[in-house]
Design a protein around this ligand. Structure first.
Ligand SMILES: [Mg+2]
Length: 396
């Protein structure tokens, strides 16, 4: 079997303008346009791998020669070839993100070829994994925040996460207090500062958060400040989580041996794909650290199910009950486009039994929708340079 092409299915597929930024945390504003994109990896045997992400044309041109003509079963060699093409372009950021997405699609092909779900190919450890409800943007009012977090609890999730990083830290504390009071003592509550604090501020905030039984404090300081991470970790009883802004095994080596984190949040769509994620998970296991991957719900579920130290999967459904536009759009298109998508039930995900990653979109339905609304999307894309949110439904 050989890869013959890698190409975007259609870009953008459909879009929707929301009227206000979908989501804000301490450093990111996620824009107000939602689109669907997929990238297909085609083989000479008619097996197609789907990676549910967009790959920029420049990165695709860079990486294609490392993949086309290769047998996807030689995944380690392909990974190595892709990495060396990235080496002088960027060993963090966009090139590694692009190769991550290709690697994910290649694993989909391997699973389909061997007629096995990916998590079993990786060495299945469990068939179902717990998820946590993630969201709690700092742009929400306190009332919206509590409503959103409680909606996850009502669905059966046993853990929820909210963002910190309001301009006035006293508001952060008030918001945590309100959420803890609403969810009660039996639900895990995680908080995420998204790189937003100085070391001193992070240590002060950690001290003030201890009384709320916080399950973990995520990305307290900027990702590059390994010393700062270690200082914050040593100062508090709250476990420190990090890694969603880190790349490849080389980056995680720093986080681990400098004693920066208690919870490893490698992002399979950033670190170098499933191939590299599994190596990072093994390194984390040697440091006795759990893996709680960042986002990418469906792909992350396979990774968590395949590793002894896999703990929980993040399900992110921004502004789920406060922005009905996005909710309606996701429901409407998601059900139609992703009939096989993995859905958490009472906070748990049963891994798919079908070959590959198990989320093949209905591309005919996507195309039909695009024919109907595609021109509106193109016009919107031309009119604005605002950030775009891709495939939000996939993280459910
Ligand atoms: Mg985070």
């Amino acid at each position: 079997m050989k890869v013959v092409d890698i190409k975007p299915f259609s870009d953008p597929v459909v879009g929707k303008v929301l009227g206000r930024p979908l989501f804000r945390d301490a450093i990111n504003s996620m824009g107000d346009i939602v689109v669907w994109t997929f990238t297909e990896i085609l083989t000479d045997e008619g097996i197609t791998g789907i990676t549910p992400y967009r790959i920029s044309p420049e990165m695709l041109a860079l990486l294609k020669p490392a993949v086309v003509g290769e047998d996807p079963l030689n995944i380690q060699r392909i990974w190595d070839q892709m990495y060396w093409r990235c080496f002088n372009v960027g060993r963090k950021g966009l090139p590694i993100i692009a190769m991550s997405h290709i690697d994910i699609g290649l694993w989909d092909i391997i699973g389909k070829k061997l007629k096995t779900p990916v998590y079993k190919l990786l060495g299945g450890f469990r068939d179902r994994v717990p998820g946590y409800g993630s969201g709690g943007g700092i742009s929400l009012s306190q009332e919206e925040l509590v409503t959103e977090q409680m909606s996850y609890v009502a669905e059966g999730f046993k853990a929820v996460k909210m963002k910190l990083g309001r301009r006035d830290p006293r508001e952060d504390i008030e918001r945590v207090k309100a959420v803890r009071a609403a969810i009660g003592p039996d639900i895990d509550l995680m908080v995420d500062a998204n790189n937003g604090w100085s070391v001193n501020n992070a240590m002060r905030m950690a001290k003030r958060l201890e009384r709320f039984d916080v399950r973990w404090l995520e990305e307290p300081v900027v990702a590059e400040d390994y010393e700062g991470y270690a200082q914050v970790k040593a100062s508090t009883e709250i476990p420190i989580a990090g890694g969603e802004s880190e790349y490849t095994k080389y980056g995680f080596k720093e986080l681990f041996h400098r004693d920066c984190i208690d919870v490893c949040q490698a992002d399979v769509g950033k670190v170098g794909g499933i191939t590299e994620y599994m190596k990072i998970a093994a390194m984390a296991e040697a440091y006795n650290l759990p893996m709680c991957p960042h986002g990418r719900g469906i792909v992350s579920a396979h990774c968590v199910a395949a590793t002894p130290n896999g703990m929980i999967v993040e399900f992110f459904d921004a502004n789920r009950y406060t922005n009905t536009t996005i909710r309606t759009f996701q429901e409407e298109t998601g059900r139609r486009f992703m009939p096989h998508s993995i859905r958490p039930i009472k906070g748990w995900i049963d891994l798919p039994t079908v070959p590959g990653l198990g989320f093949d979109p209905d591309l005919e339905a996507v195309e039909a929708y695009r024919r109907k609304y595609g021109t509106i999307t193109a016009e919107v894309a031309r009119r604005t340079s605002r950030p775009v949110n891709h495939n939000l439904y996939l993280s459910l």
